[in-house]
Design a protein around this ligand. Structure first.
Ligand SMILES: O=P(O)(O)OC[C@H]1O[C@H](O)[C@H](O)[C@@H](O)[C@@H]1O
Length: 313
């Protein structure tokens, strides 16, 4: 298990995580952003645009940007907040992450881990805060991210925020992809002034632009890639909502840091807190977590059995 701090081609700092079977991940300090997650065969599981710009002030297009303290334009701050275009620091002495019984969960030495921190500075947001993120590449290749937000205001003021781990997954062909686990849920459609609808009973497939916020999403969501015969399972805690986004062709062309045809090879599934913002009093902390695993899809006459993936049967 190794963790090393290196420079990328553009001279930006990134941390490389490796586990003994060969899986790797990398995290840029700019944005505190995971920009790569590869399995033991060296296959990239996250999408990173070939046109991504590794230079402030724009966020890196792809990987896992952190949207904080505002998701989208739901407030007065810049789109998706400022955390994705600040330089985070390595947190050399993170407080233990307490589990529900109150005991500390230290990062096992079988895992490769980095702790990052973002503190308030000259932000447009008039609050003092600390955001801590632990990124762990587990033995076997699963990628876990725990994020903690603490109110460090000294003026007795609470603050509220929305947040998302804006995860871009790499897929073979969006036309062959299904998302399982969001059926029958209520969602806000960002393409229709956030009007509310209820998803149909079938799994989600794509034949055009999608930008939806699913409310009260379950703790497991599966991205089934038929062509690659691979399923990525997203396990989330503390994030009640989940965003699904694919810009499709027209919006892809309008984005300067995204290739015209790249929408075919990505989908965003984003654990998020959107509908009901988190409010913290001074001294209080919120915590959320996602864990990603890539598993071979199991087929039964060409059909994936969602029960197998989502209930781990
Ligand atoms: O272009 P960005 O600011 O990175 O946002 C990219 C996308 O992020 C989320 O998925 C939102 O739901 C979309 O509405 C938005 O277009």
């Amino acid at each position: 298990m190794t963790t090393s701090l290196v420079k990328d081609a553009a001279g930006m700092d990134k941390v490389v995580l490796r586990e003994p079977l060969g899986a790797t991940a990398q995290v840029h300090l700019y944005g505190g952003q995971v920009t790569s997650w590869k399995n033991e065969r060296g296959e990239e599981l996250l999408f990173l645009s070939s046109k991504a710009i590794f230079k402030p002030p724009k966020a890196i297009r792809g990987g896992i940007p952190v949207c904080f303290p505002q998701f989208s334009n739901l407030g007065t701050l810049e789109q998706h907040g400022f955390a994705r275009n600040r330089v985070w620091a390595i947190d050399t002495d993170p407080p233990p992450i307490l589990n529900s019984s109150g005991s500390g969960s230290c990062s096992s030495n079988k895992n490769s881990t980095v702790d990052l921190i973002l503190k308030s500075s000259e932000d447009a947001w008039p609050h003092s805060f600390e955001v801590r993120m632990r990124v762990t590449l587990k033995r076997g290749g699963d990628l876990a991210q725990t994020i903690r937000v603490r109110n460090t205001n000294t003026d007795n003021k609470s603050f509220s925020f929305t947040i998302a781990l804006h995860t871009y997954f790499s897929v073979s062909d969006i036309n062959e992809v299904r998302i399982e686990g969001l059926e029958t849920l209520e969602y806000m459609d960002n393409l229709q002034q956030r009007k509310r609808f209820t998803e149909q009973g079938d799994s989600i497939t794509f034949d055009g632009e999608v930008d939806k916020v699913y409310l009260g999403a379950p703790t497991k969501i599966a991205i089934v890639d038929h062509e690659k015969k691979r399923t990525i399972v997203v396990k989330k805690e503390g994030f009640p909502d989940a965003v699904v986004w694919n810009p499709w062709d027209k919006k892809a062309k309008a984005m300067s840091d995204f290739g015209d045809d790249e929408y075919l090879h990505m989908v965003c599934v984003e654990p998020a807190v959107i509908e009901t913002p988190i409010t913290l009093k001074p001294g209080e902390e919120w915590r959320g977590r996602q864990e990603l695993s890539a598993v071979p899809s199991s087929y039964c006459s060409g059909q994936l059995d969602p029960g197998k993936v989502l209930q781990g049967k």
